[in-house]
Write a protein that binds this ligand. Structure first.
Ligand code: FES
Length: 269
């Protein structure tokens, strides 16, 4: 089965938000997707719907390199094929029972999802990146992109460092938009130079819905300043940006780590 509703590559989460054995629900353009990572380290993205009775697979759990649905325990291998039905242990599941899959890739410290077989090239800026935070914002992607481009850079309150030239001097242009892979920045990926820290700042935008966008914020691993100080400065900047942009708390991006009892308490999709 293939998925045709999500087009080109979209960032959906920080790579380290989905450790081996973890399951994460994400939404791209209104499409419900489960992202999970097996013990082999490979991340997969599937339609978040069990072929049996439609339970969200993000309520399920990972064992080895298979994902098991919480409801009746049907197990799916890494290619989305059903390989076990506990109620009929002697039955070999028909090959037609498969979960619809998305393409899934990792670049720039992020997990990316696209329709299976997409021709859209993955815009990988290269290099190593440090995750700062993911923020949900109740605005369309275009408005968030515009707001990011016009946002004030980290201030004294963000990092506690004095500005060159003293407090009365006009702040230097800390954020200068640059190009990704020599091409014009695409709608989902903005990269800036932070002149002060000698680092690059990556703002990866995910269209969750018409009026909901996720901003994934990262800084380059190479550069000046201690990693912790730079991350804290941008975490404060992100919180300030979130307040200014009328953001909401993240709820649709959650690593499933609840106990079995808690899982059973959740309503069926
Ligand atoms: S709904 Fe998934 S196993 Fe029944």
């Amino acid at each position: 089965m293939t998925t045709k509703n999500v087009g080109g590559w979209s960032p959906v989460a920080m790579s380290d938000a989905v450790a081996p054995g973890a399951v994460l629900r994400v939404v791209v353009e209104g499409r419900d997707i489960v992202v999970w990572r097996g013990n082999d380290g490979a991340a997969r993205a599937w339609e978040n719907r069990c072929p049996h009775r439609g339970m969200r697979l993000s309520y399920g759990f990972v064992r080895g390199n298979r994902l098991t649905c919480l409801y009746h325990g049907w197990g799916y291998d890494g290619q989305g094929s059903c390989i076990s039905i506990p109620a009929h242990p002697a039955l070999t599941p028909p090959k037609t029972i498969k979960v619809a899959r998305y393409d899934c890739a990792e670049a720039a410290g992020l997990l990316w999802v696209a329709a299976q077989g997409t021709n859209d090239p993955l815009r990988d800026p290269g290099g190593s990146w440090l995750a700062v935070q993911s923020i949900d914002i109740a605005l369309p992607l275009d408005e968030v992109r515009s707001a990011v481009s016009q946002a004030e850079p980290p201030s004294d309150e963000d990092d506690g460092f004095p500005r060159p030239g003293g407090g009365d001097a006009a702040p230097p242009a800390f954020l200068q938009e640059t190009l990704v892979n020599g091409a014009e920045s695409a709608g989902s990926l903005l990269m800036f130079d932070d002149v002060r820290f000698g680092r690059k700042v990556l703002c990866a935008l995910q269209a969750v819905g018409d009026d909901q966008t996720a901003l994934h914020l990262l800084v380059s691993a190479e550069g000046d300043g201690a990693d912790g100080a730079v991350r804290r400065a941008y975490a404060r900047w992100g919180r300030r940006f979130r307040r200014g942009a009328g953001a909401t708390e993240r709820s649709s991006h959650r690593v499933v780590s609840a106990t079995a009892a808690e899982r059973h308490a959740r309503p069926m999709a």
